[in-house]
Design a protein around this ligand. Structure first.
Ligand code: PEP
Ligand code: MG
Length: 552
């Protein structure tokens, strides 16, 4: 077994026979022509043919892989007619008498170098596109051969692939893609993602001739490439592949379908995210909104506090990308297991019971104010909800709300736009908040039950301590009764109630939560569709009495 580490650029596990890609021949004749006008006309005809070819291809690819993939080829159409490229070709033909093939390759190479020298990473990547387009024009001049097709279903290995070569490969035969070079921002990676083909780049030794024809697994999530796996690794990878196929099947059948039970009760299935990088996963998995944006991840992995502008940009990015879907951002929840050096938090004997989350924000109003300003400013770009973590007392909510009002007043005075429909909620994750939920419900628009902490504090079981085993029963009736109590109190006061802790994704509790009338379940993006499937198979009226008996 040979294992290599590259970079996963398109998710999924793929397995099959390793096939080496033989790129289109870019060697062109280099001759001096006698009739320069005729050579120029030959170039113009080839240029027009390349543009037409790309248009036809774009339409084909649009049918097979959608608009994004087609847009690449439409971009190539523009490049094929790029005035700089055209002028340079004309100069080389007319002034030096170079044949059209060599003129195109030289002009393309020069333009590609200009792109490669640019700072902007996006423009830098366009260098590969220019080379790709030049090869196509040369091919229309009859000066290059087409790339070989695929011999059957294979994992394709190449040094690098030109974007247009990638989109033209037969999607039904291309099981996965692995390159020795390449870049994660390059179009090859983008195309692989768009086509839904697992891909790994930068597996430097993949083109070792002894590997051709061998069985290979590539993992587009981890970037691992395994050639000739041992039986145990093989079984593991096949299991992961099977789980992914089931998920892909779910995506096909459940995308866009309502999360509604057999007897017509709806629940919103939303996502938990850590930042803008997760928005794509929300969209891909058809999350109905964001039920928990753990904002502390913006503070982690940095040397210093993120300023208002940095936070505003991150919140705005998420809100605008999910424009019509509600996004609940939780204010900073650090302390306990999430320590950040520059906060200089004092060492505590029992950090889970110490200064954490809202307690820090209320004691450091400047920190809180900066975050709330960023959130309210971002509210102009989507549907925002704000929630406070680790609430135990009513006064904490009043004080936090007062800070929201102060921030709103400030922004109004400064003429900075924000939405006046921002919902305010709290996490119910302390037993105190659950027990007081009848009163707390009168202070907020929504509750979100954090079962991770609620379980820890109710059962007195440290969530970081993996040795507690049977003493930490996540289905403990004490926790479930508290959840039911919170749901009852919420509904009595017209407040929406969500669950955003790990328990929300536990399918063995979905019936229980639906019977309690939970309005929203917020889970990691990949859990959305399995949960929606479970909801759609449930008949709440049939399980209601069993649930109340179990909690009696
Ligand atoms: C929870 O406590 O259940 C929760 C969702 O918050 P976190 O896991 O971030 O503490
Ligand atoms: Mg929590």
């Amino acid at each position: 077994m040979i294992s290599m580490q590259g970079t996963g650029v398109s998710p999924g596990v793929a397995s099959g026979t390793l096939h080496f890609y033989h790129a289109a021949n870019a060697d062109v004749r280099r001759i001096v022509v006698s009739d320069r006008d005729a050579e120029w006309e030959r170039f113009l005809a080839a240029q027009a043919a390349a543009v037409e070819q790309l248009g036809v291809l774009a339409e084909e690819v649009r049918q097979r892989s959608g608009d994004d993939a087609a847009a690449l080829l439409e971009g190539h159409q523009l490049l094929a007619e790029d005035p700089d490229l055209t002028d340079e070709v004309e100069a080389l033909i007319r002034e030096q008498g170079l044949c059209a093939e060599a003129a195109v390759m030289d002009a393309g190479e020069a333009l590609a170098e200009e792109f490669a020298a640019l700072e902007d990473p996006y423009l830098k990547e366009r260098s590969a596109d220019v080379k790709d387009v030049s090869r196509r024009i040369v091919s229309c001049l009859g000066g290059g051969s087409d790339a070989a097709g695929l011999p059957g279903p294979v994992i394709l290995a190449a040094k690098d692939l030109a974007p247009s070569e990638t989109v033209q490969l037969d999607k039904d035969l291309l099981l996965g893609l692995v390159t020795a070079g390449g870049s994660a921002r390059g179009h090859t990676a983008i195309m692989a993602r768009t086509m839904g083909i697992p891909a790994v780049i930068g597996a430097a030794d993949i083109l070792d001739p002894v590997l051709e024809g061998k069985e290979v697994f590539i993992d587009g999530d981890t970037g691992t490439v395994i050639v000739g796996p041992d039986p145990e690794t093989r079984t593991k990878l096949l299991e992961k592949q099977k789980e992914q196929r089931t998920h892909a099947q779910l995506l096909k059948t459940l995308q866009g379908q309502p999360s509604m039970t057999l007897d017509g009760q709806s629940v919103r299935v939303c996502c938990n995210i850590a930042g803008p990088q997760d928005v794509q996963a929300v969209l891909e998995n058809d999350g109905e909104g964001v039920g928990l944006f753990r904002s502390e991840f913006l503070y982690l992995g940095r040397e210093d506090y993120p300023d208002e502008e940095t936070q505003f940009e991150a919140y705005r990015e998420v809100l605008s990308a999910l424009s019509d879907r509600e996004v609940i951002i939780r204010t900073l929840d650090i302390g306990a297991d999430k320590q950040i050096g520059y906060f200089d938090l004092p060492k505590e004997e029992n950090p889970a019971l110490g200064k954490r989350a809202l307690r820090i924000c209320l004691d450091r109003p400047e920190l809180f104010r900066t975050q709330l300003r960023a959130m309210y400013r971002a509210s102009a770009y989507g549907r925002l909800g704000i929630m406070f973590p680790m609430v135990a007392s009513e006064w904490e909510v009043r004080e936090a709300r007062a800070m929201c009002e102060k921030v709103q007043r400030e922004l109004k005075e400064e003429g900075i736009p924000f939405s006046d429909e921002v919902k305010i909620g709290i996490m119910v994750e302390t037993p105190a908040a659950a027990v007081m939920s009848d009163r707390l419900a009168q202070l907020v628009d929504f509750f979100s039950i954090g079962t991770n902490d609620l379980t820890q504090y109710t059962l007195a079981c440290d969530r970081q301590n993996s040795s507690l085993g049977r003493f930490c029963d996540t289905h403990h009736p004490a926790v479930l009764r508290l959840i039911r109590l919170v749901a009852e109190n919420a509904h009595r006061h017209g407040v929406l109630v969500s669950i955003c802790g790990e328990l929300a994704a536990d399918l063995s509790l979905t019936e229980t939560f639906l019977a309690m009338g939970i309005d929203e379940l917020s889970v990691s993006p990949r859990s959305v569709l399995p949960l929606r499937q479970k909801v759609r198979e449930t008949d709440v009226s049939a399980c209601r009495s069993a649930v109340s008996d179990a909690l009696a």
